[in-house]
Design a protein around this ligand. Structure first.
Ligand code: GDP
Length: 246
């Protein structure tokens, strides 16, 4: 007997889910992160790439991610609960922005290690959303960050969604070009049979790509193998790409 297909959630549903994001806790070090049993999604990006704005836009709140910008917290991992109040089903981890020129060398190295350790070792990590300024595309630093977790991406253990932020600053032709260029670059070095990689244009200002990103995050609520065993495995893998088509 075939099971009924689960209908794709509407924009309103996925945005309603993302809107439940609320501050949970903050950790200065990896070992301070709680073990909650919830799948985790990490938000990473170069300083100024638009990470805080993207998180706030997804959550449709003004200040959620700006907790990460308050003095003393900029180098912390800030965690948010997402999902029903009494039964959250995902954690969002806002990781410190990287590449900020003013940070001294020691601090840089310390944080590089925290990021590498987190991406390599954090067990519940299910997906990574990497914010990349659409005007610049993937920089060397962005690629270094991907390299930290490349093994886990190859194995399909963690999915990667690159959001090309501030897309409103580009015209349509430029948008299409950077989208294609980023897809090709990623495909050239992290695409395997198992890997799940998406690239999407995103503008907080124009509300572009927001519901699609929320939908992708919501798909990551279920563990990867569970999603694959489902009756929709075909369309799920199609879904990973739609963002890439526009
Ligand atoms: P973060 O350091 O990665 O958290 O970056 P922010 O979220 O603070 O954004 C950096 C700058 O980019 C700010 O001045 C934002 O207003 C601007 N910005 C962020 N998202 C967008 C966007 O979608 N469109 C435009 N035009 N500017 C944006």
């Amino acid at each position: 007997m075939t099971e009924p297909l689960t209908p794709t959630p509407t924009d309103k549903e996925v945005l309603g889910w993302a809107h439940t994001a609320r501050f949970f806790t903050t950790a200065a070090q990896l070992h301070q992160l709680p073990e909650t049993g919830l799948p985790e999604v990490a938000f990473v990006g170069r300083s100024n790439a638009g990470k805080s704005t993207a998180i706030n836009t997804l959550a449709q709140t003004k200040r959620l991610a700006f907790a990460s910008k308050t003095p003393g917290r900029t180098q912390h991992i800030n965690l948010f609960h997402v999902g029903p109040k009494d039964a959250p089903n995902q954690l969002w981890a806002d990781l410190p922005g990287y590449g900020y020129a003013a940070v001294n060398r020691d601090a840089k190295q310390r944080w590089q290690k925290v990021m590498a350790d987190y991406l390599q070792q954090r067990e519940p990590l299910r997906g990574v959303v990497q914010m990349v300024d659409s005007r610049h595309g993937l920089t060397d630093l962005d690629r270094q960050l991907i390299d930290f977790m490349a093994e886990r991406i190859y194995a399909g253990e963690i999915s990667l969604l690159v959001l090309l932020t501030k897309a409103d600053k580009l015209n349509r032709k430029e948008q299409a070009a950077i989208l294609r260029e980023t897809q090709e670059l990623l495909a050239s070095y992290v695409l395997t049979e198992q890997s799940d990689i998406g690239v999407s244009l995103f503008s907080a200002l124009k509300n572009q790509g927001v519901a699609d990103a929320a939908r992708q995050l919501q798909e990551w609520v279920s563990p990867r193998d569970e999603a694959e065993q489902g009756p929709e495995s075909e369309s799920e893998s199609d879904d990973a790409a739609p963002t890439a088509d526009r």
